[in-house]
Design a protein around this ligand. Structure first.
Ligand code: NAP
Length: 314
């Protein structure tokens, strides 16, 4: 049996919030231990070009940005372990975490577990995932099965516009299906998407079923117009779902205070209802949800954790 390790700071999550928290706590000489989660680098690694992270006038590849953040934190002594937290006990200090069967003890914890792609929850969606249904155009868009095909993107936010624009490189026509008649996306992204001749918006409509389970691949979507009630089938070879995210915080339920949608609610600064447990990034932010705001919150959580430890004479 492995001896429990006692860490001063454990950062759960390795997105913008996690690596920034690690950078700041590393520079405070706290040798943070970063548990990467099952997607090291977080959601940004699935984005192509990030154009709104300050300091990169030409934009930066999402994967590269995260690799750079990791290297920067490691340069000052942060350590990373690939792994997912299975259990967390915040009932007493030191806190106890179980990661892939190993117990880790921590004086402070920074939760930076981010968010995951939301699902439509319609028939056919789960069954046809990886058979034409995907949540990441940059990961899957270039697959041969989507080349020169009719494709569908669902959603009306920046992600949906970004996915649709990216897919214009591969598909013949990209149908952008949105449940209202105006996009939620920022003006610049909306204009880019709507002025692209390959992108055809389908307004006021929702996907009610992904077809065709019997054929074991995506052949189309069943649509419902919410204004007229009319139903139709739109043929396509791929369905790219970009309808937002839900927080990855279920594992902390019952211990850490959350809102009705499962986002962690900080009590004071970045401190949660449990003194010594801090939170940063998309798992606590349903408003801004930007790489830069997550990084800023990671910085704040690190400073809060450092002050907490100092007050405890650690
Ligand atoms: P979002 O802004 O929350 O948009 C989600 C979209 O999906 C909305 O249009 C919403 O419709 C729709 N939707 C939600 N649930 C649905 C359902 N069950 N069925 C059908 N449609 C549904 O999410 P996001 O686009 O992923 O963006 C998240 C954050 O990241 C935002 O702050 C965004 O600005 C940022 N982001 C920025 C960039 C960029 O600047 N390059 C790129 C990607 C993301 P309604 O509009 O009707 O609510």
């Amino acid at each position: 049996m492995l001896r429990p390790l006692m860490e001063k700071v454990v950062v759960i999550g390795s997105g913008c919030a996690g690596w920034t928290a690690a950078l700041y706590t590393a520079r405070a000489n706290l040798q943070p231990f970063v548990l990467t989660g099952k997607q090291p680098g977080g959601l940004l690694t699935t984005t192509s070009i990030v154009e709104n992270y300050p300091g990169f006038p030409e934009g930066v590849d999402g994967y590269e940005l995260m690799t750079r953040m990791q290297k920067q934190a490691e340069r000052f002594g942060a350590r990373a372990r690939f792994g997912t937290v299975e259990k967390a006990d915040f009932s007493k200090r030191p806190f106890a975490l179980v990661v892939d069967g190993d117990k880790i003890e921590a004086k402070t914890v920074i939760i930076a577990t981010g968010a995951s792609h939301r699902h439509l929850d319609v028939p056919g969606e789960d069954f046809l995932e990886t058979k034409g249904v995907t949540y990441c155009a940059t990961c899957d868009g270039a697959l041969p099965v989507f080349r020169n095909q009719l494709l569908v993107v669902v959603g009306g936010g920046d992600s949906a516009c970004e996915e649709a624009l990216y897919l214009t490189r591969f598909g013949s026509v990209i149908h952008l299906i949105h449940r209202r008649d105006t996009l939620r996306a920022s003006k610049i992204m909306s204009n880019r998407a709507l002025s692209n001749p390959k992108i055809k918006p389908v307004w006021d409509s929702v996907v009610t079923e992904v077809l065709d389970v019997k054929q074991d691949k995506v052949t189309g979507v069943r649509l419902k117009n919410l204004k007229t009630g009319a139903e139709s089938v739109l043929n396509c070879a791929g369905v790219f779902i970009a309808i937002g995210h839900s927080p990855n915080a279920d594992i902390f339920k019952g211990q850490i205070e959350m809102d009705a949608n499962g986002f962690i609610v900080p009590k004071e600064g970045t401190m949660t209802n449990v003194p010594g447990v801090f939170v940063a990034g998309d798992c606590a932010d349903h408003v801004y949800r930007q790489a830069i705001t997550a990084a800023g919150m990671g910085c704040a959580a690190a400073i809060d954790a450092e002050r907490f430890l100092a007050a405890q004479n650690h």
